[in-house]
Design a binder for this molecule. Structure first.
Ligand code: BLA
Length: 329
């Protein structure tokens, strides 16, 4: 189903090669911005191999390389599984003016370890970045969960959230400002949420944060002990399903994906690759989890947020306690 676009690739490639000497140079915007998310993927896969035996996921066969309708954009998909990992998958999108990385690792439901989440969108003028170990359970209400996973990670979070003396004043990856209020519940106290214009320093800081966060996640995975309590496993499963349901419906990347590959393929990619498990891990629907999005006719509201945007500043203090909107005017 995903392969019909592949003809677009060959036509775009041949049109580039058939150009004559008057051809203008390809725009080099992204080379200037000094970023390539390929090395992030290479690092993560290499590092994972030191901790687990990765085998290709059954999804790999269907979701491989895809060429967008514009004939200029390539989407590269990779997916694996491992004894403790239900799905490790990455999507890397690139063209002459944009690069996107969506890298996530979902544990098997027997483990309550957080979900590793790296979402980076880069175009000529802006970088939009989310890097986190997304909690499976609410870190405000489930104190023991917060203690178990985030207490030890707070120094790492603070390192990237605070002024770095070594690298000059100011935070390298400053809080990105107001965001969809509903999203904050899926983030942990160490989330890096940032928006910035490209510079070598920022991209180096992002790569360094990615490496450190990923190593930290792998450590958690190494230490994780398989749960045996059925109700606990069911609880992990539902938490992951709720997360997948949210993202498959409301992730901010949908618009870009639909533009690149059309509504039908985008939906297929979202439900069967990026957030695979949404059809299998549970039977609840979006409105069962998020009834506030219900329209009068019973359909799901197209709005991304019902509450609106909030959290101008980081809503956690240095101990990882949620302080919400207190710091807002
Ligand atoms: C913007 N992406 C955003 C924003 C967030 C995220 C918080 C700011 C806008 C907002 O407030 O919603 C990311 N939100 C997340 C993540 C979670 C969440 C990771 O709730 C997890 C629970 N981003 C991608 C991909 C693309 C992309 C794959 O991850 C494109 C294919 C694009 N993200 C993208 C764009 C914007 C954005 C274009 C800015 C436009 C907008 O805000 O609508």
């Amino acid at each position: 189903m995903l392969s019909f676009c592949s003809t677009l690739k060959s036509s775009s490639v041949s049109s580039i090669h058939s150009c004559n000497w008057r051809r203008r140079k390809k725009p080099r915007l992204l080379q200037i911005s000094a970023v390539s998310y390929q090395k992030f993927i290479d690092f993560a896969l290499n590092e994972t191999k030191h901790h687990a035996v990765l085998v290709p996921s059954p999804l790999q066969e269907k979701f491989d390389t895809l060429n967008a309708m514009d004939g200029k954009t390539e989407l590269q998909m990779l997916s694996f599984q491992a004894p403790k990992i239900r799905l490790l998958r990455s999507m890397y999108i690139q063209n002459e003016v944009m690069q996107v990385l969506d890298f996530a690792v979902f544990p098997k439901p027997e483990f309550d370890v957080p979900i590793f989440c790296a979402n980076f969108f880069t175009n000529a003028s802006m970088n939009i970045v989310v890097l986190d170990l997304n909690p499976l359970h609410n870190t405000t209400f489930r104190r023991e969960y917060k203690e178990k996973y985030y207490k030890g990670l707070m120094p790492l979070g603070l390192k990237y959230a605070k002024v770095s003396d070594m690298l000059g004043p100011g935070t390298l990856l400053p809080w990105g400002g107001k965001l969809t209020s509903e999203s904050i519940k899926f983030f942990s106290p160490i989330v890096i949420w940032s928006k910035f214009t490209s510079s070598q320093d920022k991209h180096d800081a992002l790569y360094s944060a990615f490496m450190e966060y990923y190593k930290a996640w792998l450590e958690l995975m190494d230490q994780a002990v398989e749960g045996t309590d059925v109700s606990q496993i069911m609880c992990n499963c539902e938490a992951q399903h709720r997360y997948l349901t949210w993202r498959a419906e409301k992730d901010p990347g949908h618009g870009v994906l639909k533009k690149l590959i059309g509504d039908t393929l985008a939906k297929d990619l979202l439900r069967n690759f990026l957030f695979s498990g949404v059809n299998e891990l549970g039977s609840k629907k979006f409105l069962d989890y998020f009834p506030e999005y219900s329209c009068e006719d019973g359909s799901v509201s197209e709005k991304r947020s019902i509450i609106g945007k909030s959290f101008e500043n980081r809503p956690w203090d240095s101990r990882g306690e949620f302080v919400g909107n207190n710091s807002e005017s």
